[in-house]
Ligand binder design. Structure first.
Ligand SMILES: [Zn+2]
Length: 327
């Protein structure tokens, strides 16, 4: 997500369902379950989750400033890890503006292990909000990316680039966008891209493999609402294109229920979808429990092996993670 300087209120939480604005107290959650509001307790998916779209931005915690006050750091590392742990999130694609937040997560080492969370670090292309609308033609972004890649993280090498945004698909042809896509193929880096369907085609076209070996995670699977038929056609054409499902319009029809055409698409491509939180503003951290509960509700309506793939296996396979031990 993260269209900067947007005047409209924060959209409803991911998974297309409207979740609570804050973690649901255990007693209230039980009440909702009993009332059948969020799907039956028996139907909930209960396995591990891979959050394929997580930001730990400067507003959540100003790591560069070594902030300690709650104003500068409303979501310190222990708070974030606690939210992941209590929701059964066992791995995250971590990226942040600037990259200090990702480095803090990657540096967490023992703390992250204790919480049972594997960190898959991505290089964000943004030093600040001004970069959102210029990265695709700014050579200094390429320099920054190469510096970060050379530096690596305490959790190992960066595994991908993004999230980046293109609000105009024509900018997918920008010189830096082209160079970064070629770099991703060369270095086997995944891409996390908030773009439309036309930009997916353009970006794939800029890689040496013409998108045949490119691991592109399509943030929101088209937040503008690309049709199911169009998503299907792109998946058929690009074998390693994956769809991340936060904010996806039309995904759910009511709490815990997948809309029929999306259910059919998930069943057609069970190896290609991922879930994500998209904590692009701090409000999303406050909603984190509700977001994950929303996913667990509709995942529970799918055949168990398909639910497990979308919840965990597909992300784990993208980055070679092993099955987490039960907690
Ligand atoms: Zn995002």
């Amino acid at each position: 997500m993260a269209r900067p300087r947007r005047a409209s209120p924060v959209p409803p939480p991911g998974g297309g369902t409207r979740g609570p604005a804050a973690p649901v107290p255990r007693s209230r959650w039980l009440g909702l379950l009993l009332a059948g509001v969020v799907g039956s307790a028996a139907a909930q998916y209960r396995g591990p989750l891979f959050d394929a779209h997580l930001h730990y931005n400067v507003e959540a915690c100003g790591h560069a400033a070594a902030a300690t006050t709650t104003t500068e750091c409303p979501h310190p590392l222990p708070d974030v890890l606690e939210r992941l742990q209590r929701n059964g999130v066992r791995a995250i694609v971590a990226n942040s503006r600037p990259n200090d937040g990702t480095r803090a997560l990657a540096q967490a080492g023992e703390q992250a292990r204790a919480a049972g969370v594997a960190v898959v670090p991505f290089v964000r292309l943004y030093r600040d909000r001004a970069d959102y609308n210029n990265w695709f033609r700014d050579p200094s972004i390429l320099d920054m990316v190469n510096t970060e890649l050379a530096r690596g993280t305490p959790a190992g090498p960066y595994r991908g680039l993004g999230e980046f945004h293109l609000y105009d698909s024509g900018n997918a042809d920008g010189p830096v966008a082209r160079q970064l896509m070629a770099l991703a193929d060369r270095k086997d880096l995944a891409i996390l891209a908030h773009v439309d369907d036309v930009a997916v085609e353009k970006l794939m076209g800029h890689t040496p493999s013409k998108g045949q070996s490119t691991r592109l995670i399509w943030a929101h699977t088209g937040i503008g609402g690309s049709s199911v038929a169009r998503v299907d056609a792109l998946f058929a054409r690009f074998p390693r294109l994956h769809g991340e499902l936060s904010y996806r319009p039309g995904l759910t029809c009511g709490e815990g229920t997948l809309c029929p055409e999306w259910r059919a698409l998930l069943l057609k491509y069970p190896d290609r979808f991922l879930i994500g939180s998209d904590t692009w503003v701090n409000q999303r951290w406050l909603q984190y429990d509700g977001l994950m509960q929303g996913y667990r509700a509709w995942l529970g309506t799918l055949p168990p092996e398909v639910a497990k793939k979308i919840a965990w296996d597909n992300g784990a396979a993208l980055f070679g993670l092993t099955e987490p031990s039960p907690r």
